[in-house]
Every structure is written in C-alpha cells, then in structure tokens.
Design a protein. Structure first.
Length: 336
C-alpha cells in the first residue's frame, strides 16, 4: 500500500472509530455515573456524561499505528499518556501537585524525543527540551481550561488539525499531513455529540489528549522550521484568553488555582450569548488568526510584520470584548 493511501486509510479510520465508539461510550458513561454535575462555575445546567473524548483518543491512536514511524509513535505516546491521565482525573480526580508532576513527566518524554534528532549543541538541545516540556504541559492545561461550552474545543481542534495538515503539505512533511488530518477528522466526528445540545463532554480524557496532540504538532512544526506565527496561529486565542484571565485573577487577589468561570468566552455566555454563538464566533476568530499567522510563510518581512500587528489587534479586540458588550448593554438599558 502506498504511503498516500496508508495515510488516507489512517485518517478515515480515526473518524470511523470516533463515530462508532461514541455511540457505545455515552451509555457506558451514564451507566458508570461518570457525569458532569453543573456547579456555580459551569456554563451548563443539565447533568451530562463526561469522557466522550476517550473515542477521540482511541481514534488518534489507531491513526498513529497506521501512519507508522518514530514521529507517529511519539505523537501517539503523547495522546495516550495524557488521555490516560485525563481519564484518571475524570474517574477519581487528582491533587493539583500530583497531576502536574505526571503531566511534566509525560511532557519530558515527548520533548526528549522531539529534540533528539536536532543538529545542535548539547546545551541548545537541553534548552529546547526544557521549553518543549513547559510548552506541552502548559498548553494541555490551557486547552482543558478553555473547554467550557458546547463544541468550542472540538471546533478549535478541527481548525488546528486542518492548519497543521496544510503546513505539513507546504513543507512536504509525511507526518504532519496525516497527523493533522486525523486530529481534524476525529474532532469533526465528535462535534455532533457535543455541539448544539451536548449529549456528552470531552472530559479531561478528551481535552488532555487533544491538547497534547495539538501541543506536540505545534512543537514539531516549530522545531522543523515552520515560523512560530504559522504554528501557533490556531492556538493563540486559547493562549491569550487563559493568560489574560490568569493575570486578571492574580491582580484581583483571587485564588487563581481554584476553578472559575471568568474566561472571555464564559463572559460572553454571561452576556446572554448562546453556546453556539460563542463557539462559532471563537472559531471564526481562530480561522482569521490562523490565516494571519500563515502570512509568515511568504518570507516577506513587511507582510509578516503587518500580519503580526493585525493579529495582535484581533486578540486585543477579543480580550476587550466583554467590556464592550457590557457598555452596549448599559447603553441599551439607558435608551429604554
């Protein structure tokens, strides 16, 4: 079987596994009482099974097995390790310190493999491994934090998967194309179960697995010469929202390690937006940021700088949007 056909089969198999397994997983989660019960910080009002990301992780692992090679192996390890850690979190919960230690250990193993083949000094390789460790651990948690309304994380994984497959095609990279496409197809197969009226949530198993998959692809892309703007374009909205929210909570003297519902997208919900409107708007902004990031591929420094400034302006508008919505609501009340 040719490489192209193998990759096509791998991507299709990922989607088929997710679509078929989800129908079995949801009733099993209900029977096992693995249920997300709404609390004061939730954006949901109906108890809903969590753990729907288990089939997504399984689909990605099947795809990795079919793709083959060292890169697919480390990618599959990242998905499996973080997916299992998330599953333990879904089932029993873990103290924050212990969870972080396990996340860092898994990230370290992935990072070491990612940088092992680089032609660089030992010091530079060690530094890059450390940066990859922090990046993977950090983004997995960012992705988990941002998974709070129906469809938002599956939509972002879909967009990011398409972007990484496209970057792989641009670089003629035999791993990034099928790996990115598998993430996109797996997320697409999960969306009908979570978008609209959610029948199941990704859970920590799903958000950790997808977060690790995207973090690994982004690190792989940068380490293989793809500009950072292009590699981070589909992820930067999540990064900016989490960083902005974290600094706001620290400055306000809040216990920032405790759960909350003060992310930008959650404040959109508080302003009366539906989950669907929040997801579609956030996804549209992510597509725009991905396109602006792709301008760095052209090799024109002026175009790259202009696109970077435009991306920064888009992010600033996103971060300021709750204040603008509140002002608009106040003006509407005064007009009445």
């Amino acid at each position: 079987m040719s490489g192209e056909l193998t990759n096509l089969v791998a991507v299709a198999a990922c989607g088929a596994v997710v679509a078929a397994a989800e129908a079995v997983t949801v009733p099993l989660l209900r029977r096992a009482a693995i249920i997300d019960v709404p609390s004061h910080r939730s954006s949901h009002t109906i108890p809903t099974p969590r753990g729907g990301g288990i089939p997504v992780a399984a689909g990605l692992l099947v795809a990795c097995g079919l793709i083959g090679g060292a890169d697919a192996t480390v990618f599959g390890f990242a998905v499996a390790a973080f997916g299992l850690l998330g599953l333990v979190e879904d089932l029993h919960g873990l103290p924050p310190g212990r969870r972080l230690i396990w996340q860092a250990a898994a990230s370290a193993m992935v990072a070491i493999v990612l940088v092992s083949g680089l032609a660089a000094s030992t010091v530079r390789v060690a530094l890059l491994a450390g940066l990859c460790l922090v990046w993977i651990t950090g983004f997995v948690n960012v992705f988990n934090f941002m998974d709070g309304v129906n469809g938002i994380s599956a939509a972002h994984a879909l967009i990011a998967g398409v972007v990484y497959a496209g970057l792989g095609w641009w670089r003629h990279d035999g791993f990034m194309v099928p790996a990115g496409a598998a993430v996109a197809v797996g997320a697409l197969a999960f969306l009908p179960w979570n978008a609209g009226r959610a029948r199941v949530f990704l859970g920590d198993a799903g958000s950790y697995a997808l977060g690790a998959a995207l973090a690994t692809l982004a690190a792989y892309a940068v380490l293989h010469g793809i500009p950072a703007e292009a590699a981070l374009g589909p992820l930067v909205l999540y990064l900016a929202d989490t960083a902005w929210t974290l600094q706001r909570r620290i400055r306000a003297g809040e216990r920032w390690l405790e759960p909350h519902r003060s992310h930008i997208y959650q404040r959109w919900c508080d302003a009366g937006w539906s989950h669907q409107r929040v997801t579609v708007t956030a996804a549209a902004i992510t597509v725009l940021l991905s396109l602006l990031g792709a301008a760095s591929l052209a090799g024109d420094p002026v175009l790259r700088a202009a696109a970077d400034l435009a991306g920064a302006a888009v992010l600033l508008a996103y971060l300021r949007s709750p204040a603008l919505l509140a002002r608009h609501a106040l003006q509407a009340e005064e007009a009445c």
